[in-house]
Design a binder for this molecule. Structure first.
Ligand code: ATP
Ligand code: MG
Length: 556
């Protein structure tokens, strides 16, 4: 698929740069996460894009932790980010940390001060905001803007030495208070924060702002194409200005539209709220749009890469239907998941003419959709079976091709049975269905000549294993949870998790492997949960079988 599609706008830029011999045709991109949370599917988009460009153009991609805010950053996040990138199938060239550049960045700030392009400002945050003007009115200088170079150098050194409390002073670039781009009106470069940093410890009490770290880090690493999301367009002028004044490597910034998805919030800060307030089990709750959540849910790396490829690279904001993501995993699992039988809401079926105590071993293929999938597993069969409650109806309508009084179906991989009778409990619930089977109707060697329309799945009562099965629905019940004035938690779907405590599964599933997909025939795709153990199996539903998205697209 990726071979056939036309170039996206970033590929066009890069190919032009290579043609012109820019940077000797070298391509170096980077993925720059802030280690303040787990990666989500939006980050996967950025990872596929940055690593994809590096690979396509025989270049490299750095992993750079943008760790300039010591308050929210943690080692746990660093480890999870590395794990998720590897799992997605990418390998970075260098693992780098912006905090490793603190000394260099400090030096850059001193250079700017010496050139008269930066000053120490004692104004409060409110005062600075008030003096910035509005997009239509120029800002006004604070009393500190006219400090001499010597004074600024001394004060900045004292800031570093820890002589002032948090918020007492900042370092600002001295650019243009009338610039129509508010980011150019003497932006903040450094602030004081007496906070322990997860890597530099207590060495620093001043930390660079995003705008005075990001572009400079790109330069230090000699990144050729620095790709970020659209909200950084107004920062680009400052990005270029700082590189020009510092006369450092001319990295260039390019912006693409971030991934937004229906029924999803896509921000680490908000996802952290869901975790902290226990609306979900954790960052890797299978309902979360995090990479770790999707992995636990049963998504494969290939399905996520395929999704990112399909949505392409846009220059304008858009919202992707979450159904497309579900389509991509369904497409993948259809080809890779092994077929198995599990009964989620059981009632008992008794085959009255099958001898008591008799059993036989039937055979089922792993996956009829793929070559090599015909190798399969043994399935024990006996007189008593579990079937799905919904596969029996006392008063079945005409087109109900399952079981009801007098109706016949095929039991998957087994025999044709005809319903003769059923038993109800005192409350009127059906508890047992009685059938007779046709002995010469066995799948693969059927000589009965009988034609039946329906096939149902089953599990032998005497051989069944039990499992907890967790069925998921969307975490939010509205398409755009953020449209609710920030009160996104009011739109959480109260039915996003349904737990089936005791499902019956065919014995082969007791050997299910973590990370592998299984199709429970007629029920959807499932995978073993990370909490599953040999004495207590737990399965997560990855996605249902029905492909509503493809249908919608055809209709539309
Ligand atoms: P969040 O708001 O979720 O914290 P962020 O942009 O602050 O996201 P970073 O860790 O700074 O998170 O992001 C690392 C990289 O991933 C950045 O280059 C950023 O542009 C990109 N990225 C983040 N969210 C998305 C998204 N939804 N779609 C595409 N790229 C994204
Ligand atoms: Mg960020």
């Amino acid at each position: 698929m990726s071979e056939e599609r036309s170039l996206n706008f970033l590929e066009e830029i890069i190919e032009e740069d290579i043609k012109l011999g820019k940077h000797d045709g070298r391509v170096l991109t980077r993925f720059p996460p802030e280690p303040n949370g787990y990666l989500h599917i939006g980050h996967a988009k950025s990872i596929c894009l940055n690593f994809g460009l590096g690979k396509k153009y025989h270049g490299k991609t750095n992993l750079r932790f943008d760790d300039t805010n010591p308050v929210t950053e943690e080692v746990e996040y660093v480890e999870s980010i590395k794990n998720d990138i590897r799992w997605l199938g990418f390998q970075w060239d260098k693992e780098l940390y912006t905090s490793d550049y603190f000394e260099t960045l400090y030096g850059y700030a001193v250079t700017l001060i010496k050139k008269g392009f930066a000053y120490v400002d004692d104004s409060t945050a409110d005062e600075i905001a008030a003096s910035k003007g509005t997009p239509t009115e120029p800002g006004t200088p604070t009393p500190y803007r006219s400090r001499t170079v010597e004074e600024n150098l001394a004060l900045f050194e004292d800031m570093r030495a820890g002589k002032y409390p948090d918020g007492a002073k900042v370092l600002r670039a001295k650019i243009d208070l009338a610039n129509p781009n508010m980011h150019m009106r003497d932006p903040l470069l450094y602030r004081i924060k007496h906070t322990h940093h997860h890597r530099t410890g207590d060495k620093w009490c001043i930390y660079p702002m995003y705008d005075f770290a990001h572009g400079q880090s790109d330069s230090i690493e000699q990144i050729t194409h620095s790709v970020c999301t659209l909200e950084f367009i107004p920062h680009r002028e400052l990005y270029n200005w700082l590189i020009a004044q510092l006369e450092i490597f001319p990295s260039k910034q390019y912006e693409f539209a971030r991934l937004n998805m229906t029924y999803t919030v896509m921000s680490k800060r908000r996802l952290l709220q869901l975790v902290n307030e226990k609306h979900v089990e954790g960052w890797d709750d299978p309902r979360m749009p995090t990479i770790s959540g999707l992995r636990r849910r049963g998504y494969t790396p290939a399905s996520i890469r395929n999704f990112c490829d399909r949505i392409g690279v846009a220059k304008r904001e858009n919202v992707i239907d979450v159904g497309l993501l579900e389509f991509c995993i369904r497409e993948d699992l259809n080809k890779t998941a092994w077929r198995r039988m599990a009964v989620l809401d059981p009632i008992k079926l008794v085959i009255t003419n099958y001898p008591e105590g008799q059993e036989e071993v039937l055979h089922g293929e792993n996956n009829p959709e793929v070559e090599g999938g015909e190798g399969g597993r043994d399935i024990p069969f006996s007189r008593e079976l579990w079937i799905e409650r919904e596969d029996f109806m006392e008063n079945a309508p005409k087109k109900f091709f399952r079981l009801g009084p007098g109706l016949s179906v095929r039991l998957k991989h087994a025999y044709i049975v005809t319903c003769e009778d059923f038993v109800k409990d005192a409350d009127g619930n059906v508890t047992e269905v009685h059938c007779s089977y046709v002995a010469n109707s066995k799948s693969g060697e059927d000589t009965s000549g009988m034609k039946v329309k329906g096939t149902i799945h089953w599990v032998s009562v005497g051989h069944a294993k039990t499992a907890t099965v967790r069925i998921y629905d969307r975490l939010f019940s509205v398409e755009n949870p953020m449209a609710t004035d920030g009160d996104f938690k009011s739109t959480l779907n109260p039915d996003s998790l349904q737990i089936i405590e005791k499902a019956y599964i065919e014995p082969d599933l007791a050997g299910a492997e973590l990370g592998k997909g299984y199709q429970f025939i007629r029920k959807g795709y499932f995978t073993l949960d990370t909490t599953s153990g040999a004495d207590h199996l737990v399965f997560n539903q990855t996605v249902g079988l029905r492909d509503t998205w493809a249908k919608e697209v055809k209709k539309g």
